[in-house]
Design a protein around this ligand. Structure first.
Ligand code: HEM
Length: 404
C-alpha cells in the first residue's frame, strides 16, 4: 500500500534567496537524508535517477502551464484563450509538434549558424578587449543570443532590436506583476505575431535557408504546421533560447574565474570546448530546476502523489549527485566518465534548442579564453536571486590581459 506523500517524514528544502554555495549545501544535506524533500509549494527530487524518472513520467505535466492558466492571462486575448506553448503541451499534440520540428533542430542545423556565432561573439569581444576589462553580462552575454535566434528565424539585422525588446516584454510574464505588465506583454505578443505572420507569408512565396522556410517545407510534406503553430514555435524559440543562453554563458565564465588553470587549458586546447560546455553546465547550470504537477493520482517509489501535487525537479541537485558523478564537486573540463549533465532537462520537454545552445557556448567559451587570458574578477559578482527558474550573474566585472 503506497504511503501518502504528505505523511512522509522528509527534510524541508527551500533554496529561494540562498547564496550559490548555501543552496548547493542545502540540496546536498536534504539529498543525504531522503530522495524526496518538502518545499513551500510541494516537493523536490534531488537525485539524478528521480529527476530523470519524474521528467520522463508523462503523468507528470509541465508546471509552466500553471502560469498559463492564471485568470489574468485566460481572459486577456481577443479570442478569450491564449495559444498554447510547446513548453506546456502534453501527449499526442506535443509529440506531433516535436516530430515535425525535430529536423530543424539537429546538430547539423545548429552548425549552419556557427559562422554567425563566431562573427557575433568576435565583434562583441573586439569592442572591449583592448580595455583589458569589461562587464561580461552587459558587454557580451546579453547581446549574444538575439542575433543568432534572428538569423535562425531569418529576420534581418535591422530588426534585431525589435526582437530584443519583444523578448524583454514577453519575459515580464515571470515577474509576478501580471496585472501591471499585461498590456506590455500583450502588445509585444501581438507585434511579434504580426511580424511572424508577414515573414511566413514572404517565405511561402520565396523560401530561403532559414528555420521558417524549413518549417514551411515540413508543412508541405503531408502533416501540416499551421501558421499559428509556426508563430508559436518562433515565439517559444525566442523566449526559451535567449535568457537561458545568456545566463549559461555568464555562469560558465564566472565559474572559470574560480579555476584559472582550466581557463588556460581551454585557451590552449580549444578542442576541449564541447567537454568544457558540458562540465560547466553540470557544475553551474543556469536552469536550476523545473517543475511538474501530477495530472492524476500517481504512485512513484511506493509514494502516492495526489492529483495536483507539485514536484520540483532539481537539475542542480541531479548534476551534483555523487551516485551519478565521480567527485561531483570537482570542476574538470577533461572529465569523460559519468552521466550526461541535466541542465537541458529530460523526457518529452528535453530542450529543443540543446544543439543550438551547445554550439553557441562551444563557439563563445574558447574564443573568450583565447582573447581574455589571465582572467580575474574585477569586483564582486552580483548574482540574481536564487530560484528554480533561470539564474546567473546580474553583473560579472572582469579584467584580463588584452590579446589579439
Ligand atoms: C544553455 C541554454 C539553454 C538551457 C540551459 C535550456 C534549458 C531548457 C530546459 C531545462 C528545458 C525543459 C524545461 C522543462 O522540462 O520544464 C528546455 C526546453 C526548451 N528549450 Fe531550452 N535551454 C537552452 C537554450 C535553448 C535554445 C537556444 C533554444 C532555441 C533554439 C531553446 C528552446 C527550447 C524549447 C522550444 C523548449 C521546450 C521544449 C518542449 O517543451 O518540448 N532552448 N530548455
Amino acid at each position: 500500500m503506497a504511503q501518502l506523500v504528505s505523511e512522509l517524514e522528509i527534510p524541508y528544502l527551500d533554496v529561494v534567496g540562498l547564496q550559490r554555495q548555501e543552496a548547493i549545501e542545502a540540496i546536498e544535506a536534504a539529498r543525504a537524508v531522503h530522495w524526496l524533500a518538502r518545499n513551500e509549494l510541494g516537493y523536490t527530487v534531488t537525485r539524478l535517477a528521480d529527476v530523470t524518472a519524474v521528467l520522463r513520467d508523462q503523468r507528470f505535466h509541465s508546471g509552466l502551464s500553471i502560469i498559463e492558466q492564471s485568470p489574468e492571462l485566460q481572459g486577456s486575448s481577443p479570442g478569450g484563450e491564449r495559444r498554447e506553448s510547446i513548453l506546456t503541451m502534453e501527449g499526442a499534440g506535443h509529440a506531433r509538434l516535436r516530430r515535425l520540428v525535430a529536423p530543424a533542430f539537429t546538430p547539423a542545423s545548429a552548425n549552419r549558424l556557427r559562422p554567425t556565432m563566431q562573427a557575433v561573439v568576435g565583434e562583441l569581444v573586439d569592442r572591449v578587449v583592448e580595455r583589458g576589462a569589461c562587464e561580461l553580462v552587459a558587454d557580451v552575454c546579453e547581446p549574444y543570443p538575439i542575433p543568432i535566434i534572428c538569423e535562425l528565424l531569418g529576420a534581418p539585422p535591422e530588426d534585431w532590436k525589435l526582437f530584443s525588446a519583444w523578448a524583454t516584454d514577453i519575459f515580464r510574464i515571470f515577474n509576478n506583476n501580471l496585472a501591471e505588465d499585461l498590456p506590455l506583454i500583450e502588445r509585444a505578443d501581438q507585434e511579434l505575431t504580426a511580424y511572424m505572420n508577414d515573414m511566413i507569408a514572404e517565405r511561402r512565396a520565396d523560401p530561403r535557408d532559414d528555420l521558417l522556410s524549413d518549417l514551411i517545407a515540413v508543412e508541405e510534406a503531408g502533416d501540416r504546421l499551421s501558421t499559428d503553430e509556426m508563430t508559436m514555435l518562433a515565439q517559444a524559440v525566442l523566449m526559451a533560447g535567449t535568457d537561458t543562453t545568456r545566463n549559461q554563458l555568464a555562469c560558465s565564465v564566472a565559474l572559470f574565474t574560480e579555476h584559472p588553470d582550466q581557463w588556460a587549458l581551454l585557451a590552449e586546447r580549444p578542442e576541449l570546448a564541447p567537454r568544457a560546455v558540458e562540465e560547466s553546465m553540470r557544475y553551474l547550470g543556469a536552469v536550476r530546476g523545473t517543475a511538474r504537477f501530477a495530472s492524476e493520482d500517481i504512485v512513484y517509489r511506493d509514494v502516492l502523489f495526489p492529483r495536483g501535487t507539485l514536484v520540483v525537479t532539481s537539475l542542480a541537485g541531479a548534476n551534483r549527485d555523487p551516485e551519478a558523478f565521480e567527485e561531483p564537486d570537482v570542476f574538470d573540463i577533461t572529465r569523460e566518465r559519468g552521466s550526461a549533465q541535466m541542465t537541458f532537462g529530460a523526457g518529452i520537454h528535453f530542450c529543443m534548442g540543446a544543439a543550438l545552445a551547445r554550439a553557441e557556448l562551444q563557439e563563445a567559451l574558447p574564443l573568450l579564453a583565447r582573447r581574455m587570458p589571465d582572467l580575474a574578477r574585477n569586483g564582486d559578482i552580483e548574482w540574481k536571486p536564487s530560484s528554480f527558474g533561470i539564474w546567473g550573474p546580474a553583473r560579472l566585472p572582469l579584467r584580463f590581459t588584452a590579446a589579439a
